[in-house]
Design a protein around this ligand. Structure first.
Ligand SMILES: [Zn+2]
Length: 98
């Protein structure tokens, strides 16, 4: 298992350090982003610092939709993958290529 990561408001954070009370997190894009979070040990948000990167929420959503749609395509063999996924307007809008 790798280090734990936390997704908050579409931003992904990796663990920086922890003590008995708090866990510190930094944005996974910390090279050019100042995003930080502090949570308690139950991973409830305690404080957060502004981040400067773009949220990856869209990417996360697309991945979830992609998984769902592939699953549907697998379960319903009478419908080609492309047809199943084209039913979802999100795919059309984002111009997903198949
Ligand atoms: Zn960031």
């Amino acid at each position: 298992m790798g280090k734990p990561s936390l997704v908050f408001s579409g931003y992904q954070y990796r663990i920086l350090g922890e003590n008995s009370k708090f866990v510190s997190w930094v944005c996974v894009k910390s090279g050019n982003c100042k995003g930080k979070l502090k949570t308690n040990v139950q991973y409830e948000i305690h404080s957060k610092a502004d981040r400067s990167c773009v949220p990856n929420l869209a990417a996360v959503e697309v991945k979830v939709k992609l998984d769902n749609c592939r699953k549907r395509a697998r379960e319903d063999v009478s419908v080609p993958v492309g047809a199943v996924c084209e039913e979802d307007p999100a795919f059309t809008r984002k111009g997903m290529a198949w």
